[in-house]
Ligand binder design. Structure first.
Ligand code: NAD
Ligand code: UDP
Length: 309
């Protein structure tokens, strides 16, 4: 299989590339390095099955490939809000260009969509049938509405051109290679704790999230791509924690003397989020198996190593 991984130098993309390369597949990594890093993929440079292209998905590209894993898009709120118009362009034009490519060469495309399509959900937990509660003019809308548009494009390409699409709705994922400065909660807490700073809890810390360890997530994406299921399929770990519980866990693991500092809850920050994963269980035979505690330990070890270097 010739695989194109857009956003391949990012957090999830680079783990996906590791998985594909270990299976002996051919991989082209395409990235504009907005939030990706060359060090995430440097282990494969020089391998005859691996190739890197610096390219922005908002521009068309011609390639001969069998599968497109379309992950290119900043994922952390501070990064996707840095240039929100560009985030919308990446979601819309990027997906449009990749679907056009898939159609031309007859490739199958997997879209990395997100639980953010559910917005600040009124239904808990969230099944794929839930249509969501997104603020279309808020500061998260470039990403939430961008991904909703990307999903919409995928299903129109399926209906009109019979393009093979797979849509994964990814819930909060964490693990090694998250950027230390990307502002997501688990990397923030671990870096703060390792450097002896107060842990920043936004709001009262009662908002909930479900955290999936990266290896489990990648296994889910691979199973979806290899399946006959178009989706959308929720891929996430349904074990749910309040942000205060996550802070307590990191504090307990790294330094019980650490303190917390309260900061305002960002605008449109969802109060609750938890996937219904019956579809992934039944149709993909997939289930996240890494408990938060052991995933956090692995992530702490990774950040300890990177802080030493
Ligand atoms: P990331 O920011 O680490 O990776 C995104 C990658 O895309 C980076 O390498 C970046 O440089 C690249 N990129 C961004 N804009 C681009 C463009 N216009 N052209 C080419 N490359 C571009 O984020 P991630 O956590 O690895 O997320 C990957 C995908 O998964 C994203 O599409 C994101 O929306 C989705 N997702 C992630 C999570 C999560 O918890 N990590 C949750 C839901 C959805
Ligand atoms: N959060 C927090 N402290 C931080 C970073 C995030 O309390 O230092 C909160 C944030 O307000 C949100 C939750 O943690 O309620 C998850 O935030 P993240 O940015 O990781 O992901 P998302 O909001 O996209 O789920």
């Amino acid at each position: 299989m010739r695989n194109l991984v857009t956003g391949g130098a990012g957090f999830l993309g680079s783990h996906l590339i590791d998985n594909l390369m270990k299976q002996g597949e051919e991989v082209i990594c395409l990235d504009n390095y907005f939030t990706g890093r060359k060090t995430n993929i440097s282990q494969w440079i020089g391998d005859p099955n691996f190739e890197v292209i610096r390219h922005d998905v908002t521009e068309p590209i011609q390639l001969e490939i069998d599968r497109i894993w379309h992950l290119a898009c900043p994922a952390s709120p501070i990064h996707y809000q840095m240039n929100p118009i560009k985030t919308s362009k990446t979601s819309f034009l990027g997906t449009y260009n990749m679907l056009g490519l898939a159609r031309r060469v007859g490739a199958r495309l997997l879209l990395a969509s997100t639980s953010e399509v559910y917005g600040d959900p009124e239904i808990h937990p969230q099944p794929e049938s839930y249509k969501g509660s997104v603020n279309p003019i808020g500061i998260r809308s470039c990403y939430d509405e961008g991904k909703r548009m990307a999903e919409s494009l995928c299903f129109d390409y399926l209906r009109i051109h019979e393009t093979e699409i797979r849509v994964a709705r990814i819930f909060n994922t964490y693990g090694p290679r998250m950027q230390p400065n990307d502002g997501r909660v688990i990397s923030n807490f671990i870096i703060q704790a390792l450097t002896g700073k107060q842990l920043t809890i936004y709001g009262d810390g009662s908002q909930t999230r479900s955290f999936c360890y990266v290896d489990d997530l990648i296994e889910g994406l691979v199973k979806l791509m290899n399946s006959e299921v178009n989706g959308p399929v929720n891929i996430g770990n349904p074990d749910t924690f309040t942000i205060q519980e996550v802070a307590n866990l990191v504090k307990h693991k790294i330094n019980p003397n650490l303190e917390f500092i309260r900061k305002p809850l960002p605008e449109d920050d969802p109060l609750q989020r938890k996937p219904v994963i019956e579809k992934a269980k039944k149709e993909l035979n997939w289930l996240a198996s890494t408990p938060l505690e052991s995933g956090i330990e692995k992530t702490i070890n990774y950040f300890k190593q990177t802080l030493i270097q």
